[in-house]
Design a protein around this ligand. Structure first.
Ligand code: ADP
Ligand code: MG
Length: 421
């Protein structure tokens, strides 16, 4: 008895089912695009009052005008970003110009845990969108062949990522595999082919697909010291970092969505990262697996330090544990979070991401909280989930500012967590 024919048949049917779902989501009447934002949201994002915003709209010709629908004015994210530029140019105030400044480096954040289903992809995309709304230029690098972040942007990994039979680049780009498999000297073309714009004006994506398994094989081969000189190990560790060094000027933050286990690409992510976020669920089983993960991170850091030395590898500036799918009324969960707070202290992000039906429910599977417009009946729980996500975003934003040597926002992580540190 062999299974491969049955499995291949099932794969084919599932692929076409998934393609149909994505095609439906992208069809002209349900096109995946970014919603407009209300004046209230825009003034909050810009950090000005609503009346200030109204005055700017009516008095400054060059200030983005938004679109009047009924009595309310709505703005696209392009317009919000243009408003920020206007405010910066006309007031000189640096707070309207977020992101890295001259001489500052791209901040690389890796979302990682060797457990699956904990929210690595969910937090990757939400963090990217939180930062994009704040005006940062973000690059997401999907390093997981499961391609969840990729799919969240309405891309069908099986049909849109990689190259076609004739070798032409498919619409969603070549993935990091395009970079890893480049010919020497082809850095510029390989980088350009790997990156694609998304319907978020300041989020670009390096998509993923099953092709990343080939990257794995390629890196494994290169990691065999017998096949190459003494630098071989450094080299295969360094591909993601080398890629980010190549494209990084155009971005403030890169977010790496990692695989749920340790492979060559995840080691690449660890060596490329300036900060780590470890999403976990508040269950005893996850607590145990997190323990092992922490032990593993310790070994990895030692190894990277030994390999590169402190001068080359600048190490992880921050490492934060993020509780996901938190239900405040669940006694077992609050107990697990209590023990995490106690043991992890300042490593814990004191704002969990909360369980919400706006994510994960079949119909909305491909919408994030920042894209989703809730029905009236869902409004309260939706708002709670967004507020929790915003709080998580602001903690990580403060870490990123810290990476650039700037003072993190006051009280950004006061938190509603349990134990005092
Ligand atoms: N806070 C949440 N509330 C509800 N569902 C969630 C939440 N976070 C994640 N999910 C769902 O859980 C599943 C796994 O999340 P995902 O981000 O893909 O995890 P990972 O990338 O770690 O494997 C997805 O279906 C996602 O929609
Ligand atoms: Mg994932």
């Amino acid at each position: 008895m062999s299974w491969h024919a049955t499995l291949e048949g099932i794969t084919k049917r599932l692929r076409s089912q998934q393609s149909a779902i994505i095609a439906d989501q992208n069809s002209s009447n349900r096109e995946k695009s970014l919603r407009r934002f209300t004046s209230k949201e825009v003034s909050a994002l810009l950090g000005i009052t609503e009346s200030h915003l109204r005055n700017r709209v009516s008095s400054a010709d060059a200030f983005p005008q938004g679109t009047l629908l009924g009595k309310s004015r709505y703005f696209t994210l392009e317009e919000i970003n243009a408003a920020r530029r206007w405010l910066h140019d006309n007031t000189g105030n640096q707070r309207y110009r977020p992101g890295k400044r001259d001489g500052e480096a791209l901040c690389v954040v890796a979302n990682t845990n060797f457990k699956g289903g904990v929210g690595k992809s969910t937090s990757t995309v939400h963090l990217a969108q939180y930062l994009a709304l704040k005006g940062y230029r973000v690059l997401i690098v999907d390093l997981d062949a499961q391609a969840s972040s990729t799919a969240l942007f309405g891309i069908d990994p099986a049909r849109h990522v990689g190259r076609d039979a004739a070798g032409h680049v498919l619409p969603a780009g070549t993935s990091i595999h395009g970079w890893i498999s480049r010919a020497t000297g082809d850095e510029n073309a390989a980088a350009t082919d790997a990156v694609r714009r998304t319907y978020w004006p300041n989020i670009d994506l390096v998509a993923a697909s099953a092709i990343l398994h080939s990257s794995e094989d390629m890196l494994k081969q290169r990691s065999m010291p017998s096949m190459h000189g003494p630098m071989a190990e450094v080299d295969w560790h360094h591909e993601v970092r080398a890629f980010l060094d190549h494209v990084g000027d155009a971005y403030d933050v890169a977010i790496l969505d990692c695989r749920p286990d340790i492979n060559m690409l995840s080691v690449n992510a660890f060596s490329a990262a300036d900060g780590l976020i470890v999403p976990v669920l508040a269950t005893n089983m996850d607590l145990q697996s997190m323990t092992e993960f922490m032990a593993f991170l310790a070994v990895t850091e030692r190894r990277l330090l030994k390999l590169y030395g402190k001068d080359i590898w600048r190490g992880w500036t921050f490492l934060r544990v993020l509780v996901n799918r938190y239900v405040a009324t669940s006694r077992p969960q609050t107990e697990v979070v209590d023990s995490m707070n106690l043991v992890l202290g300042p490593l814990m992000i004191r704002h969990p991401m909360v369980e919400t039906s706006a994510l994960g429910s079949a119909g909305n599977m491909k919408w994030t909280l920042y894209e989703y417009v809730p029905a009236k009946s869902e409004d309260r729980s939706y708002k709670r989930a967004v507020a929790a996500m915003d709080a998580v975003g602001s903690v990580i934003e403060a870490e990123i500012l810290g990476f650039w040597g700037r003072r993190p926002q006051e009280g950004a992580d006061a938190g509603y967590g349990v134990a005092a540190e």
